[in-house]
Write a protein that binds this ligand. Structure first.
Ligand code: NAD
Length: 360
C-alpha cells in the first residue's frame, strides 16, 4: 500500500537529516509518496509568509506530515512555523518517547518513558502584555480590585489559561496512549500546591479521568519533584502527562536521559492531523557539514510509520538503529563525544545512515 506523506525538510540541518530519514524508510520497504514543501525564512520573499498556504492545504488534505527543524528568529521577526502548525491543525498533544539505546552515550541505561505535553494552553497560549501596554494597566487595576494584590507598574504580564476541556482531552489522550502501547502507569505532573486555580483544576481533571481507566495505575507529582525523580530514578516513570510549559522543559530534560536532543523523536497529534519531527532545533552551528545525528528524525519517522499502521517496518528500523549504535563504529560526533569525551573517529550523517541501512 502507498502512503501519502507531506515532507517539510526545514532549514539548518533539516535537509540533511530528512534526506537520511527518507533513505532509511525507503530501505525498510515502505512505499511512501512524499509531497515536499519548503517553509521558513527562505520562502518569505517568494510567498510573503514562512508557512505558505499550499503547504498548509497539502497537510490538511493528506492528514500526516514529517518535518525537519525550522529556524525561528529570537525576540523579533516571524512567529515560529511550528507554533503556527500546532495552532492551525489544533495539534494539542505533543508525544515524545524517550527510550535508552545501547551506545547512546547517555549516563542511564534503562530509560523507557513517554512525555505527553499539552500543546495549546498554559503560559504558551501567547496571551502576553508588555509592561507599558494599556492591557497590562487594565489587568493591574482588575487584579488590585479583585484580589488586593499589587502588580508593579514595570511588570509585563502573561496569562496562563488551563481549561477543563483542554485538560480533559490531553489527559484522555495520555490514558488512551498508555492503553494502546501497553503502558502500565500515567503520572500527571503539575504545581497544584502553588497554582491552586490552574494546576489545581488540571489535577482535579486528571484524578477524574484516571477513574475511567482502572486498568492503568495513576499517580501525580509536583513538577520540581518530578524533575529530581527523573534525574535520580528515571526507571520509576512510564507515561508523564503535563501542561504546556512544564511539558516543554521536562521533555528536553528527558531527552538528556537518553543521549540528548539528537536521539529524541516527537509527534504533534490532533484529531485530524499528525505532524512528526525530531525534538531538536535546526542546529545552525553544524548545518551543511554532514555531522548531524539523524537518529531523532529517523525515530520520528518510526512514530509516523506506527501512525500509518506500518508497525513492523517501524520496529525493524528501531532495531537497526540499536544495532548501528551498539556497534559504535559509525556513530555521529555527538554520540562519540558522549561515549569517549572526543569526536575523533566520528562518522558523518551519511555514514551513520549507511550503517543503519546495512543493519536493516
Ligand atoms: P538546537 O536543538 O538547534 O541546537 C542545540 C545544540 O544541540 C547545538 O549545539 C546543536 O549543534 C546540537 N544539536 C541539535 N540537534 C542535533 C543533531 N541532530 N545532531 C547533533 N547535534 C545536534 O537548539 P537551538 O540552537 O536553541 O535552536 C536553533 C534554532 O532551531 C532556533 O532558531 C530555534 O528556534 C529552532 N528550533 C526549531 C525547532 C523545530 O523546528 N521543531 C525546535 C527547536 C528549536
Amino acid at each position: 500500500m502507498t502512503h501519502d506523506v507531506v515532507l517539510i525538510p526545514g532549514d539548518g540541518i533539516g535537509p540533511e537529516i530528512t534526506r537520511a530519514m527518507q533513505r532509511v524508510v525507503q530501505a525498510a520497504g515502505v512505499d511512501i509518496t512524499w509531497h515536499e514543501f519548503e517553509a521558513g525564512a527562505g520562502v518569505i520573499d517568494r510567498y510573503g509568509t514562512p508557512l505558505p498556504a499550499h503547504a498548509i492545504d497539502a497537510i490538511r488534505s493528506v492528514g500526516v506530515a514529517i518535518k525537519g527543524p525550522i529556524t525561528t528568529p529570537v525576540g523579533t521577526g516571524f512567529r515560529s512555523v511550528n507554533v503556527e502548525l500546532r495552532r492551525t491543525f489544533d495539534l494539542y498533544s505533543c508525544v515524545r518517547p524517550c527510550l535508552s539505546m545501547p551506545g547512546d552515550g547517555s549516563r542511564y541505561q534503562d530509560v523507557d518513558l513517554v512525555i505527553i505535553r499539552e500543546n495549546t494552553e498554559d503560559l504558551y497560549a501567547g496571551i502576553e502584555f508588555p509592561a507599558t501596554d494599556p492591557g497590562a494597566s487594565e489587568l493591574r487595576c482588575l487584579v488590585r480590585e479583585q484580589t488586593g494584590a499589587v502588580i508593579r507598574e514595570d511588570a509585563a504580564i502573561s496569562i496562563k489559561p488551563i481549561s477543563v476541556w483542554g485538560s480533559e482531552r490531553i489527559l484522555t489522550y495520555a490514558f488512551e496512549y498508555a492503553r494502546r502501547h501497553n503502558r502500565s502507569k500515567v503520572t500527571a505532573v503539575h504545581k497544584a500546591n502553588i497554582m491552586k486555580a490552574t494546576d489545581g483544576l488540571y489535577l482535579d481533571v486528571a484524578r477524574s479521568v484516571a477513574k475511567r481507566y482502572p486498568d492503568i495505575e495513576f499517580d501525580d507529582k509536583i513538577v520540581d519533584a518530578a524533575c529530581m525523580g527523573l534525574v535520580m530514578h528515571p526507571e520509576d516513570f512510564d507515561v508523564l502527562v503535563l501542561p504546556n510549559l512544564y511539558g516543554d522543559i521536562v521533555s528536553d530534560l528527558s531527552a538528556g536521559l537518553v543521549g540528548g536532543l539528537g536521539m529524541a523523536p516527537g509527534g504533534n497529534i490532533g484529531e485530524n492531523c499528525a505532524i512528526f519531527e525530531a525534538t531538536h532545533g535546526s542546529a545552525p552551528d553544524i548545518a551543511s557539514q554532514n555531522i548531524a545525528n539523524p537518529t531523532a528524525e529517523i525515530l520520528s519517522a518510526c512514530m509516523l510509520l506506527d501512525h500509518l499502521g506500518e508497525d513492523a517496518a517501524a520496529d525493524s528500523i528501531r532495531r537497526a538503529i540499536r544495532t548501528a549504535l551498539d556497534a559504535g563504529t559509525h556513530v555521529t560526533a555527538d554520540v562519540k563525544r558522549a561515549l569517549t569525551g572526543s569526536t575523533e573517529g566520528a562518522a558523518g550523517t551519511d555514514e551513520f545512515t549507511d550503517a543503519v541501512i546495512a543493519a536493516l
